[in-house]
Design a protein around this ligand. Structure first.
Ligand code: ASP
Length: 326
């Protein structure tokens, strides 16, 4: 065994015009969450506890698209979803359509630990949350002023944000497309598109776990379920690895991205980074997405075909990195 390792993400498909101060804010939050995970791992907490703790911290901070700060659905409310998986015994829990649960990832954990099921949604999930006594808040708690503005722009542009089809940095049309999509009083503005969060961990006993949480896509249809709560699509963990995805949910679902990383490791014998690269290249069709992964050997890997991905990772031997662009 190669010791513990952890990776976190705050979403793929970063706006190429993201102002430097927003980049710094994102890096600061990712660093804080990584440090939280590192100290829990040093205190011998299990992988499943650490992914829940880190994702819950990301949900509580309004910066990324999960919990407080979630993207808004077309009717202006927040509908959140999350999933968690323990590779040790392949146990899992998932939730969708949450409107009042402060920390969706912890409800997903309760579905795994305290219900006879794997996945609860909408009113049934909210009933279960009340039964379990988790913290509930008004839907307004999750709504930030910035996201209200984003929804307005998305509606004016008649688009579901985040549209990951923004060309990669370096392409001639990159800023032209980004600028033409969002203008205010005829001037291009830089949009901070909120992003899904996730965490993957292997602990010092080689147990892998993964968790993902999101508000989904800005201006999504009410009732839309993306990849994040779907085990095998947005989240997966087994004895070999833990994986959390972000990006265009519909493409991630079609490609069963997270499970595919484990499958090519298992059936093709690929190493972790090789498996991640293979899946991003071969399984995304036209889609745009990214993912983070850890292996039971203590490796961390990341892959994306978007402009950038908010991410960070650390390993027991002292390596730590937080990055946005390639
Ligand atoms: N994958 C998420 C969804 O489609 C969005 C994201 O990763 O930002 O709901």
């Amino acid at each position: 065994m190669g010791g513990w390792a952890i990776a976190v993400h705050g979403g793929a498909g970063v706006d190429p015009n993201l102002p430097p101060h927003r980049q710094e804010e994102a890096k600061k939050l990712l660093t804080r969450c990584l440090n939280l995970g590192i100290s829990a791992l040093r205190s011998n907490h299990s992988a499943i506890d650490v992914v829940e703790q880190v994702v819950s911290e990301l949900e509580t901070d309004p910066l990324f698209n999960s919990g407080r700060g979630s993207a808004l659905a077309a009717n202006g409310t927040v509908e959140m979803e999350a999933s968690i998986m323990d590779g040790n015994g392949r146990r899992c829990g998932a939730v969708s359509g949450l409107t009042t649960v402060k920390n969706p990832v912890s409800l997903a954990r309760l579905v795994m630990d305290k219900s006879p099921h794997s996945y609860l949604a909408f009113s049934g999930a909210e009933d279960f949350a009340r039964q379990q006594g988790v913290e509930l808040v008004e839907n307004e708690y999750f709504i930030t002023e910035e996201n209200v503005g984003m929804l307005k722009l998305a509606k004016e542009a008649n688009t579901i944000v985040f549209d990951y089809r923004i060309p990669a940095v370096g392409s001639d049309t990159c800023s032209a497309v980004a600028e033409s999509r969002f203008q205010m009083n005829g001037l291009p503005i830089s949009v901070y598109a909120p992003e899904t969060v996730g965490c993957v961990v292997v602990d010092s006993q080689g147990r892998c776990a993964a968790a993902t949480s999101t508000g989904g896509l800005m201006n999504k249809m009410n009732g839309r379920i993306g990849d994040s709560p779907l085990i095998g699509a947005g989240t997966y963990a087994c004895n070999l690895c833990g994986v959390s995805c972000t990006g265009e949910g519909e493409a991630i679902i079609r490609g069963t991205l997270a499970r595919e990383v484990a499958a090519v490791m298992e059936y093709k014998g690929l190493g972790l980074q090789e498996a991640v690269d293979f899946v991003i290249k071969e399984r995304l069709d036209e889609g745009f997405a990214g993912l983070i992964a850890v292996s039971n050997k203590g490796d961390v890997a990341c892959g994306f075909n978007t402009t950038g991905m908010f991410r960070g990772c650390a390993t027991e031997d002292g390596f730590m990195e937080v990055n946005i662009w390639e």
